[in-house]
Design a protein around this ligand. Structure first.
Ligand code: 5AD
Length: 344
């Protein structure tokens, strides 16, 4: 196992069968070892600095019906909301004051493209020095182009799984893996710093699925990689499914860090929700980004992708001081730069 991990460190890849061994036979000691190597790699790229992104959840209306997600269309038990342009701008002003230089506009999939384009243009005009990241799901090529022209720099769209059969177990027939992959290819080509990723331990996921995901991400070379555990939401078809495991998530974070030394990899809210020290453990496994919540506090609980989603304390933009203290304990500091992808 050691020699496999060391080779992954040196060569940034392994054969599929070797990934299978790593993913199925990694014990606690091996995990500590790969986490430590990944941490060193992260340190070589970023030092002890953690980038912060202000996450603005712009709305929970969604036309899709993904079986895992709490804001799926069929969930009639949540209150729907959306933020208007002025409210989003107010979140940015607040965030800018706090020191954020990246804003992430994330929301359910809906046809609000014109509002988003206007809002992105306004943010770009008022804050020429910030990075604008969008995470709004699948769109037509021309819409992505217009987002980019309006001044957006980055786009997050997890592929969720690269396996057709697994994809079908997570999504209804109205969605398709091929369209999702088309979107990711578009985003890259248009010039977005592009993020993709998966939920670890999503229902029916196999080790072979994970290997496919690893190889797809290796091929795509995204600038950002988002990895968090699956967590059930009580009003979805997957309510009774078990959460993804902490150790499997930490292992995958380290694998991606060893394969992608310069990628921007967040220690996700889902990881912080799964385990009290999840955020710190993610960083110590090679993550280098955290995304505190900048949404209006009264709306936060409605953006319930999964149960008990953390949005307060160190997960909140107004809790930056607390985040700072917690990072200090493990030897890290917040970097308030834009934190663009930089291959050198
Ligand atoms: N558990 C964990 N992550 C989830 N997401 C959606 N639902 C869940 C869940 N139940 C993730 C998806 C999506 C991102 C915005 O949130 O991977 O891409």
């Amino acid at each position: 196992m050691r020699s496999l991990i060391e080779r992954l460190h040196r060569e940034h890849t392994l054969a599929p069968d070797e990934f299978r061994i790593l993913l199925s036979q990694c014990n606690d000691k091996d995990l500590s070892y790969i986490n430590a190597l990944a941490r060193e790699v992260s340190h070589a790229s970023f030092g002890n600095r953690i980038f912060i992104r202000g996450l603005i959840e712009v709305g929970n209306r969604c036309k899709n019906d993904c079986y895992y997600c709490g804001i799926r269309r069929s969930n009639h038990l949540i209150e729907r909301y959306h933020l208007d342009e002025e409210t989003i701008l107010a979140c940015c002003r607040h965030g800018y004051e706090l020191g954020f230089r990246t804003f992430v506009l994330q929301g359910g999939e809906m046809n609000d493209d014109e509002m988003i384009i206007r809002t992105v243009s306004s943010i770009r005009k008022e804050f020429p020095d910030v990075a604008i990241t969008l995470s709004l799901g699948e769109k037509e090529t021309s819409v992505y182009e217009r987002f980019f022209q309006a001044g957006a720099n980055r786009y997050l769209l997890r592929h969720e799984t690269h396996n057709e059969l697994h994809y079908r177990k997570l999504h209804p027939e109205t969605m398709s893996l091929s369209n999702r992959l088309r979107c990711l290819a578009d985003l890259k080509r248009i010039g977005f710093q592009t993020g993709t990723g998966i939920m670890v331990g999503s229902p029916y996921q196999t080790i072979d699925n994970l290997i496919e995901d690893i190889l797809y991400i290796e091929n795509l070379q995204p600038e950002m990689i988002g990895i968090g555990p699956f967590l059930p939401h009580h009003d979805t078809p997957f309510a009774m499914m078990p959460s993804g495991s902490l150790n499997q998530t930490l292992l995958l974070l380290s694998i991606f860090r060893l394969m992608h030394p310069h990628a921007l990899i967040p220690s996700t809210t889902a990881l912080a929700t799964l385990s009290p020290e999840g955020r710190e453990k993610g960083i110590l496994a090679g993550a280098n980004v955290v995304m505190p919540n900048l949404s209006p506090v009264i709306q936060r609980s409605k953006y319930s992708l999964y149960d008990n989603k953390a949005s307060l304390g160190a997960e909140a933009a107004e809790g930056l001081l607390l985040l700072e203290q917690r990072l200090k304990v493990i030897g890290y500091v917040i970097d308030k730069g834009r934190g663009d992808y930089n291959a050198y």
